[in-house]
Write a protein that binds this ligand. Structure first.
Ligand code: ADE
Length: 366
């Protein structure tokens, strides 16, 4: 594997081409209108493993509710999870919340400014610290995420397909990222390379004809493509149980939700629809089928209407259950699947279909 070699003139030309392209072609995303390190931090955490369209919608609601580090630190975990609903990978939300509490407790609510200090906070690693420090404070540190890795490997002609390369390749990529970084505009430069990977230098279908650095690229479409991850399919069934308790609250409908237990659960603390027992419900008597991806699994979810008196016989008790009014359900920390089902059943207001997420928002076409 040859080193990436470029003389100072070539590097300057690539920086200029990338920055000019970024100026004219970048997507207008809400977090790009701000230099507030907190706003950038929230966006960068949300963007990890979640599609931009999903993040755009959730980001604005999250920032409206928690506009500052202090507001986030003082919120309850359930409120934070509720606002994270649909973004998936809920551990990210818990770490963000925890780090905000550390910033308030130890630093009076002021975020650290350097990448090295940011990295000491829970949930902030090399990628996030470099993104915040370069974008918000202009620190010349290079960001390396999956998109940047792909762009740089193609530019240099390195074969990263099938996970080849290991630490040696990773070190080369980091050295190349540092060599190419424009120290005058590190935030814009980092975002330009990430943006190129997200919109032009695509994994399977690179748009080399519109690439601003194709003249300096060793592969120009001749790259090797990493194999698609294997995606399993699984069928599950859940109960949609809605009742209208006349005497209790004037007849407003309530839906039955169950909270995932804190131990041995993938999404502890989140609320979902109760699971149907194996063999319960007629196989062809379901209300709807919903497709939902969680990490590397595509779920085919059958939703059965279950009457209140049949719940014990037909569902598996998995955690605390509550009957909640529909407006309250809308504010709770629902799993992405529960929110999707309630929306499709017209029990919650619809969302923009482009942003209706799978749990990680990445894999399936719903
Ligand atoms: N992906 C994650 N963060 C990004 C950013 N700031 N710009 C472009 N793509 C990104």
């Amino acid at each position: 594997m040859a080193e990436f070699r470029a003389n100072a003139g070539t590097v300057t030309r690539m920086q200029k081409a990338l920055l000019e392209w970024y100026e004219s072609s970048r997507r207008d995303l809400p977090w790009r209108r701000s230099r507030d390190p907190y706003a950038i931090w929230v966006s960068e955490i949300m963007l990890q493993q979640t599609r931009v369209a999903v993040v755009v919608e959730r980001y604005q609601a999250f920032m409206a509710r928690f506009p500052t580090v202090a507001a986030l630190a003082h919120a309850s975990e359930q409120d934070v999870l509720a606002l994270w609903s649909g973004l998936g990978y809920y551990r990210r939300a818990r770490m963000l919340h925890k780090a905000a509490q550390v910033i308030v407790a130890d630093r009076g609510g002021l975020m650290p400014e350097t990448a090295a200090e940011l990295r000491r906070l829970p949930g902030i690693g090399g990628y996030t610290s470099a993104a915040i420090a370069s974008i918000a404070h202009g620190e010349p540190v290079a960001v390396v995420d999956g998109n940047v890795e792909r762009v740089l490997c193609r530019l240099a002609g390195w074969d990263a397909s099938g996970g080849k390369g290991g630490t040696d390749l990773r070190n080369r990529i980091e050295a190349m990222a540092a060599r190419l970084l424009d120290p005058e505009r590190p935030g814009d430069f980092n975002q330009a390379v990430m943006e190129l990977g997200a919109t032009v230098c695509l994994p399977r279908n690179p748009q080399c004809l519109v690439c601003p650095v194709s003249a300096s690229c060793k592969t120009r479409g001749e790259h090797k493509t990493a194999p698609r991850p294997r995606i399993a399919t699984r069928e599950v069934a859940h109960a949609l149980s809605v009742r209208t308790p006349r005497a209790m609250n004037g007849g407003d409908p309530e839906v039955l939700l169950e909270q995932r237990p804190d131990v041995a659960s993938v999404m502890p603390g989140l609320w979902e629809l109760p699971a149907l027992r194996d063999g319960a419900g007629e196989a062809d008597d379901f209300r709807m089928t919903v497709r939902h991806a969680i990490m590397q699994v595509n779920y085919i979810v059958r939703i059965h209407d279950v009457r209140e008196e049949d719940l014990t016989a037909q569902t598996v008790a998995g955690g605390e259950r509550r009957w909640v009014s529909l407006p309250e359900a809308g504010t709770m920390a629902l799993t992405g699947l529960a929110r999707k089902v309630l929306r499709r059943a017209h029990l919650l207001p619809a969302s923009n279909p482009d942003s209706e997420a799978s749990e990680a928002g990445v894999l399936a076409s719903p």
